[in-house]
Design a binder for this molecule. Sequence first.
Ligand code: DOR
Ligand code: ZN
Length: 348
Amino acid sequence: MITRLTIKQPDDWHLHLRDGAVLGAVLPDTARHFGRAIVMPNLVPPVVGFEAAKAYRDRILKALPDGAGFKPLMTLYLTETSDGADIARAAEAGLVHAVKLYPAGATTNSDAGVRNIETVYPVLARMSEIGLPLLVHGEVVDGDVDIFDREKIFVDRILSPLRERFPDLKIVLEHITTRDGVDFVKAQNANTAGTITPHHLMINRNALFQGGLRPHYYCLPVAKREIHRSALVDAVTSENKRFFLGTDSAPHPDKDKESACGCAGIYSSPVAISCVAQVFEDAGALENLEAFTSRNGPEFYSLPVNDADMILVRDEDPVAVPEIIQAGSDTITVFNPGTPLYWRVANE
Ligand code: DOR
Ligand code: ZN
C-alpha cells in the first residue's frame, strides 16, 4: 500500500475567495496548499473590468499571511456590455487569465451575467484571437428544465454551438457534474477542458437528503446521480489531460446556508487535497493524482508547473477534519464528505 507521495504543488483552477472578513478568513486555507488559484469574479458588484480586477488582486495580496507564496490568477465577469478592448488590455498586462460566463440567474451573484449568448460573440472573437480562456458555468436557467438536467441541456443548446462557432477559443466547462459534460469535453479538441470539484467526486444527490435536508451539500450545479459521480471519477483518474482540479470552494456564512432559502456553495478548501487523494486511492489511481492536481491545469493555461513539492502522507487513522472556520462573528462549515479521509499534507 502506498502511504507517502510527493507531487508538484497543486493549483486550484476555480475558487471563490469573496472579500472583506470572509476573504481574510478563507485565504490562509487556500494559500497553505495551493500555489495559484483562478479567482472567481462574482463579487457584489462583479469584477467586470481591468481596474476592478487590479483592485481585487491587491486586496487578496494584502490579506495573504506573511511569507505565503500564493499567487491569485484573476478573472473578469462577462456581461452583455463587457468591453473587449478592456479585457484584452487586462490579459496582455498579465493581470487576467480568463473570463467567466455566468448565464444570468444561474447561481450566486449571476444577475449581471449573460442572457443572450450572441450578444457577447464579438468579445468571444477577441478572446479567441488573444488566447484568453472562457470559463463557463454550464447550466441553463429555463424554468421548464429540471434542475438535474440543466447541465446536459446547456451542453446541447449553448455550449456545442459555441464550440463550433469559435473553434480556437479556449473553453473550460467548470465544475462538471454529469457524464454528459465529461463526454462533451472528451469529444473536443485540445482547446476544451473541464474542472471537477472534490465534492462532486465524493457525493451524489442522495447526500442532500440524507436523514433530512442538508444545506451544506447544496451547491450549483447540484450533485447528480451516482452514475454521474462515477463518470467524474473515471474522467479524473484516466490519463486525459483536459480534466483538472477546480475546487469551487464557495464559502457562505452558516446563517445564510441554514436558512429557509439557503445559499448554494460548499466550502472545501481545507480538505480539498485530502478528498482528492482519497478519491484517487479508492480508484486505485494514485499515480495519476499529480496530473489532475498539478500538471494538467498549467498546461491548459500555458503556465509553468509549480516548482515546489507537496508531500502527502497516508495515516492509519482518519485525519481530523475541521468542522467550521470562523469569519468575524460568523462560522463557515467545512465540507465533510461523510466518509473517512486518510491522506494529509505533511509539509503545510
Ligand atoms: O454553488 C455555487 N456557489 N455555485 C456557483 O456557481 C457559485 C458559488 C458561489 O459563489 O457561492
Ligand atoms: Zn464557482
